[in-house]
Design a protein around this ligand. Structure first.
Ligand code: DGL
Length: 264
């Protein structure tokens, strides 16, 4: 493994670009390859076995493309598959999980909301984490059914998305939550609408920055941090469906960004 190989990132679709942005900001000299498995989105309603198989497929593709580390930029894939990935592939993995801990520790109202997929909320990993905090805190869990599909189809800012969110968040709006944990890497793209719906007192929290920091630590521990050359590194983005929505979420016009369609 060498430090000038790219960082590999995958998600069930375009949402993990929210994590890619944090990684790119913290580690601007790193080359990246991003796989959007939009053809198989959403993962959140699929059986665990299938989530594991899809995660293995994405990992193998990234390894074949020369990734030195794999970022599982999907809460659903992390909470259901990262254990299997770590025991099957000899490469460092960074996962993403809902940021319950900071929300629970800072909550003054002692009530927090978690918006995540069915697959994440039903996973063993999530249960273990939420059990630790649910003794002192009321945790209101809501499955974001339908949200990933809307974001994947380029409708993140639509009236349809707003009305679905209003319906989904009702149980939280009826309680005095002061933190809303965005437990899916697609959901940071809903922040503008969430701010319209929620009161100013509700803090929105996601795990993107923490994932970027952890990526830096692990690359450094493995002597895999790329040298600061001063040149702009290449960023490759691949979608296995039409790439228009993926391109719309990044600055696709930058000439060192390449967005293409790929069968994987
Ligand atoms: N971005 C994925 C996550 O973080 C979405 C999962 C899905 O495709 O349902 O969970």
């Amino acid at each position: 493994m060498s430090s000038n190989q790219p960082i590999g990132i995958f998600d069930s679709g375009v949402g993990g670009t929210s994590i890619w942005k944090e990684i790119h900001e913290l580690l601007p000299y790193e080359k990246t390859i991003y796989l959007a498995d939009s053809k198989n989105a959403p993962y959140g309603t699929k059986p665990v076995e299938e989530i594991i198989n899809l995660s293995r497929k994405n990992t193998e593709k990234l390894l074949a493309m020369g990734a030195k580390i794999i970022i599982v930029a999907c809460n659903t894939a992390t909470t259901n598959a990262i254990k299997v990935l770590r025991s099957n592939y000899n490469v460092p993995f960074i996962g993403i999980e809902p940021a319950i801990k900071p929300a629970a520790l800072h909550s003054k109202t002692k009530a927090i909301g978690i918006l995540a997929t069915q697959g994440t909320l039903s996973s063993e990993l999530f249960h273990k984490a939420s059990e630790i905090y649910s003794k002192d805190i009321q945790i209101i869990e809501v499955e974001g059914n339908g949200l990933v599909e809307l974001i994947e189809s380029g409708k993140k800012d639509s009236a349809q998305t707003k009305s679905l969110l209003l319906k989904l968040l009702r149980p939280m709006l009826e309680q005095s939550i002061d933190y809303l944990v965005l437990g899916c890497s697609h959901y940071p793209y809903l922040i503008p609408i969430l701010k319209e719906i929620l009161s100013e007192e509700v803090q929105l929290i996601d795990s993107g920055e923490a994932v970027a920091r952890q990526t830096k630590v692990i690359l450094s521990q493995n002597n895999l941090l790329s040298a600061e050359t001063g040149e702009k590194p290449i960023h490759e983005f691949y979608s296995n469906t039409d790439q228009a929505v993926l391109a719309s979420l990044i600055n696709a016009e930058e000439n060192h960004y390449k967005v293409s369609q790929l069968d994987f």
